[in-house]
Design a protein around this ligand. Sequence first.
Ligand code: ZN
Length: 172
Amino acid sequence: MMNVSTEQDEYWMAQAITLATEAEALGEVPVGAIIVLDDKIIGRGFNRSIVDSDPSAHAEILAIRDAAKYIDNYRIVNATLYVTLEPCPMCAGAIVHGRIKRVVYGASDQKTGAAGSVMDLLRHAALNHKVDVNSGCMETICSAQISNFFKMRRKQIKAKRMADKARADQTL
Ligand code: ZN
């Protein structure tokens, strides 16, 4: 299969990137997802694991719940899911359960990516539903969004540690 994302794909991915910034504003790892059916967005989600105290509140899961509710069906056939980061095993499982037809993702995840990087649950030989996958759509922007977030967070942690130390030194 050709791994080419179209101009149309980039149009939708840009909207997933916008959703990822909403996650970032909440202090969450910036990941955004949308589900498109017949040229229409039917589901949206961004990472909210920390604010919701919910390890399953990944962008894809929330977008799938949103879309399924919208079409009033637990199977979201013929839809495409756009997500800024390669889905993890949990999300890949939900994508297969939801019978999503196609997944387009931006940045690869070399730690937990389940769409080809670490494992491939979306095209697993043993599963009866296989998903078309396009990787690397607007990858540069998606990767930068995530790596900048972690860079910033490391900086904040370091600044806090130094401030704590300065405070501790003063009280000596
Ligand atoms: Zn996930």
